[in-house]
Write a protein that binds this ligand. Structure first.
Ligand code: NAD
Ligand code: UDP
Ligand code: UDP
Length: 311
C-alpha cells in the first residue's frame, strides 16, 4: 500500500486531493497547521481507517514514513499570505527544506505545488514554462512569489545534488467547493456578494483577466504529474480559457439571479493584468486537458456556498 503525505491537506486543494487518494486506496497522512485550512474540509475523512491527521507546522522538522509527498502547505490567497509575510516566506523556504529532507530520508517522490505567480505580472502571453517571469522582489506579493521561486530552486537542487525524485507543477487560479468563502479571492468574493445581493467589487475597470480551473480538473493533473516519469517539471496546470473580471462578475450574477450592482475599486499594487497558462506541455506529458467549463464549475461552487449560508 502506498503511504502518501499531503502537507496543507486540510486546505481547499489539499482536502480534494486527500479524497482522491483515499478513493484510490492510499494510506493518507494529512499534515496541516490550520492557518487557512480547517477540520471542516476533512471532517468526513477523520474516522477513515486509512486517514491520519497531524496538526503540525512544516517550518519545523517532521519525522514520518511515507512513499510520496504532495507539498501543498502555504496560504494561497493574497490577504492570507500577506497577513504574515515572513511566515509565508518561511513556509515556502524552511518548510520546503524540511519536506525535501524528509523525502531524501524516506526516498519518497515529492510534488511541489508551485504557482503561476512565479511569472509575476508577465510580459509573455500565454505563459510557457520557459518564461522566467516578471516579479517585483520587494512588492507586497513578493513573500508568496519569491518564496515559491526559492521552493522550485530547492526542488531542482535537491534533485541534482541528492537525487531526490521531485515533480513541480505551476498551478493557475483554481476554484470550486471548499474554497474558503472568506479568503478574499475574486470568485469567493463575487459569489458571496451575488448570493447576498450586495455590490460586486471589481478592482480596476474589469478588463483584466484570469483563467479559472475547476478543482477536479486540477487534482487529476496533479495525480498524473506524480505518476509520470518523463519530466520533473515545472509543468503548468490550469485552464487556458481566459475570462475578464467583468465577464466573471456578469456570469456569477446571471447564475445566481442576483440584483447586485457592479462597483469598481482601485486595483491593488502589482496586480497582474493578465494570466493564462500555455498547457502544451501538460497535454503532452500528462495527456490532460481541463474538462469542466466555467459556468458548470461556478454552478457547483455556488451551490456549495449557498449550503454554507443555510447551515
Ligand atoms: P489553502 O490556503 O486552502 O491551503 C493551504 C493549506 O496549507 C491550509 O490548510 C493551511 O492551513 C496549510 N498551511 C499553511 N502554512 C502551513 C505550514 N507552515 N505548515 C502546515 N500547514 C500549513 O490554499 P489552496 O488553494 O488549497 O492551495 C494549496 C497549494 O496550492 C498552496 O501551496 C498554493 O500556493 C498552491 N496554489 C493554489 C492556487 C489556487 O488557485 N488555489 C494557485 C496556485 C498555487
Ligand atoms: N528533516 C525532516 N524530516 C526528516 C529528515 C529531515 O524534517 O525525516 C529536516 C531536517 O531537520 C533538516 C532538513 O530536513 O533540517 C533538511 O534535511 P537534509 O538532510 O537535507 O539536511 P541536513 O539535515 O543535513 O541539514
Ligand atoms: N479581484 C476583484 N475583486 C475582488 C477580489 C479580487 O476584482 O473582490 C481581482 C484581483 O484584483 C485580481 C483578480 O481579481 O485582479 C484575481 O484575484 P485573486 O485574489 O482571486 O487571485 P490572484 O490575484 O492571485 O490571481
Amino acid at each position: 500500500m502506498t503511504t502518501t503525505l499531503v502537507t496543507g491537506g486540510a486546505g481547499f486543494l489539499g482536502s480534494h486531493l486527500c479524497d482522491r487518494l483515499i478513493e484510490r486506496g492510499d494510506e493518507v497522512i494529512c499534515v496541516d497547521n490550520f492557518f487557512t485550512g480547517g477540520k471542516r474540509n476533512i471532517e468526513h475523512l477523520l474516522d477513515h481507517p486509512r486517514f491520519e491527521l497531524i496538526r503540525h507546522d512544516i517550518v519545523h522538522p517532521l519525522h514520518v514514513e511515507c512513499d510520496q509527498i504532495f507539498n501543498l502547505a502555504c496560504p494561497a490567497s493574497p490577504p492570507a499570505y500577506q497577513y504574515n509575510p515572513i511566515k509565508t516566506i518561511k513556509t515556502s523556504t524552511v518548510g520546503m527544506v524540511n519536506v525535501l529532507g524528509l523525502a531524501k530520508r524516506c526516498r519518497a517522490r515529492v510534488l511541489q505545488s508551485s504557482t503561476s505567480e512565479v511569472y509575476g505580472d508577465p510580459h509573455v502571453h500565454p505563459q510557457t514554462e520557459d518564461y522566467w517571469g516578471h516579479v517585483n522582489p520587494i512588492g507586497p506579493r513578493s513573500c508568496y512569489d519569491e518564496g515559491k521561486r526559492v521552493a522550485e530552486s530547492l526542488c531542482v537542487n535537491y534533485h541534482r545534488e541528492n537525487g531526490v525524485d521531485v515533480r513541480i507543477v505551476r498551478i493557475f487560479n483554481t476554484y470550486g467547493p471548499r474554497m474558503d468563502p472568506q479568503d478574499g479571492r475574486v470568485i469567493s468574493n463575487f459569489i458571496n456578494q451575488a448570493i447576498q445581493d450586495e455590490p460586486i467589487t471589481i478592482y480596476g475597470d474589469g478588463s483584466h483577466s484570469r483563467s479559472f480551473c475547476y478543482v477536479d480538473d486540477l487534482i487529476e493533473a496533479m495525480l498524473r504529474m506524480m505518476e509520470q516519469t518523463e519530466t520533473i517539471g515545472p509543468v503548468n496546470i490550469g485552464n487556458p480559457t481566459e475570462t475578464s473580471l467583468l465577464d466573471l462578475a456578469q456570469t456569477i450574477r446571471s447564475i445566481t439571479n442576483s440584483q447586485s450592482e457592479i462597483t469598481h475599486h482601485p486595483l491593488p499594487q502589482d496586480d497582474p493584468k493578465q494570466r493564462c497558462p500555455d498547457i502544451t506541455l501538460a497535454k503532452k506529458v500528462l495527456d490532460w486537458t481541463p474538462q469542466v467549463e466555467l459556468r458548470p464549475g461556478l454552478e457547483k461552487t455556488i451551490a456549495h456556498y449557498r449550503s454554507l449560508l443555510e447551515s
